[in-house]
Design a protein around this ligand. Structure first.
Ligand SMILES: C[S@@+](CC[C@H](N)C(=O)[O-])C[C@H]1O[C@@H](n2cnc3c(N)ncnc32)[C@H](O)[C@@H]1O
Length: 263
């Protein structure tokens, strides 16, 4: 897991970029550097934020090379997928309980790159995201801000908080808590997409994931609400907290374990 961050403000940055980066440095106490040379393979815990063409990027070392990580909802594979999203072709729709005249309000308690959240919002659900990793939160907030400029209707369905869901659950009524914690990677690294390897390098594992399931179930019980907790897992992964779900939905690469809480 990477836990040191700096900001690059190089000589060729324009005034708007400098202002935005300085604001980030002040808000989060990041040190400022003037060149990416500070990033070398001895600094496996350090990553450097830059702004490239209005996209916040995180520069980090992988396999002795520099790479950058940025999140985006407007272009690329994910945006393409959203164009074809429908209740019938997304197993997540069934998992979270979308019905012809009902779209659940979802707390995505492990927001990550916001991909699942975007799919749920595209299905018409209101999605409240929580992310506890600072760098992931900032990259996601940046993607969401850019998205707001081009699709206000969709982005209105999505909100984001910088919280640890193990400590803070939501205060307002919701129908579904969606969990997708990190899972130890078992495939050979060459087979895993570079973006996923960079993400894994940044976040590490989520060793406290079992607790999230208990917390989520308790949220509904304490509020005396009926609801469901949906856990996304790799197909052959054990159940979170060794708890058998009420239902399972399997797709090609994933499994959704569904826990129903009756008030
Ligand atoms: C596998 S990723 C989620 C991917 C996400 N579903 C997507 O579609 O992009 C897991 C994310 O959950 C975050 N996370 C894990 N436990 C958390 C917690 N207790 N509170 C908030 N975020 C958490 C991690 O920091 C990581 O960014």
């Amino acid at each position: 897991m990477i836990d040191q961050f700096k900001l690059l403000i190089s000589d060729d940055c324009d005034q708007a970029t400098i202002k935005q980066l300085k604001q980030l440095a002040i808000s989060y106490g990041f040190a400022v550097v003037n060149s990416l040379d500070e990033l070398n393979d001895n600094d496996s815990k350090l990553a450097i934020f830059t702004l490239n063409k209005n996209h916040l990027c995180l520069n980090l070392m992988l396999d002795d090379r520099r790479h950058h990580l940025t999140f985006d909802f407007i272009e690329g594979e994910l945006a393409f997928r959203t164009k074809r999203v429908s209740k019938s072709n997304e197993s997540i729709a069934k998992a979270i309980g979308c019905k012809p005249n009902f779209r659940p309000k979802v707390l995505d308690a492990t927001a990550g790159m916001g991909r699942d959240a975007l799919i749920m919002a595209t299905l018409g659900c209101q999605v409240l995201m929580q992310e506890r990793n600072l760098a992931v939160f900032l990259l996601l907030e940046d993607a969401l801000n850019r998205f707001r400029l081009v699709d206000s209707q969709m982005s209105e369905l999505m909100s984001l908080g910088f919280n640890d869901s193990n400590k803070v659950m939501i205060n307002e009524p919701i129908d579904v808590i969606y969990l997708d914690p990190m899972f130890p990677q078992r495939k050979k690294s060459a087979l895993v997409k570079k973006e996923m390897r960079l993400f894994k390098l940044l976040v590490g594992d989520d060793p406290d994931a079992d607790n999230l399931l208990t917390q989520s179930i308790n949220y509904f019980k304490k509020q005396n609400l009926a609801g469901r907790v949906v856990v996304k897992r790799p197909v052959s992964a054990p159940h979170l907290n060794e708890m058998k779900p009420n239902h399972q939905i399997r797709s090609k690469n994933h499994r959704y374990d569904i826990y129903l809480v009756i008030s």
